[in-house]
Write a protein that binds this ligand. Sequence first.
Ligand code: ADP
Ligand code: MG
Length: 174
Amino acid sequence: MTGEVRTLTTGVSHTRALAAALGELSRPGDLLVLVGDLGAGKTAFVQGFGQGLGVREPITSPTFALVQSYRGRLDLHHLDAYRLEQVNEALDLNLAEMLDDDAVVVVEWGDTIAPVLPHDYLEVRMGYAEGGVDQRDLRFVPVGPRWSVRMRVVATVVEQHGGDGTPADGGGGA
Ligand code: ADP
Ligand code: MG
């Protein structure tokens, strides 16, 4: 089993392109949880991901709604948990039902609603990097079986987008 995959992106279009490649590979029921500070590039990631998924509408931060849904090859539900005050609100969203609906769900600031997340998702940890204002550090961490078996594919996508695709734990293996 391959562990986490880590890479650097050198600008917003780099992040979007990488995310788009992952969007192309996404399957019904996939859940991605994006974690990182304000400005880390979570929304930029979702924009690219949506493009890869065939969403044509512009994707913006769901500022006034907790969730915004888009039609693509698969439906995309984009949640921003930043404004969630209580776990109750997250429960009301009925995440499980959204995932059942042949859709893909991407959550920004997923830490807030971690208690109600199905324990089977790809966590994308995004942060600022030391190399410059336009560099971001991205770590893809599988949580649960669904993504563990797909990390090799994630590593390949990262490689194709200029990263070295090296598992951050030095592992890899068969
Ligand atoms: P978040 O949703 O995490 O708060 P946004 O995606 O809204 O972040 O904003 C990220 C900002 O950082 C954008 O203004 C984007 O242009 C900029 N940026 C600069 N470099 C990158 C990069 N490598 N990846 C993503 N965004 C970047
Ligand atoms: Mg955002």
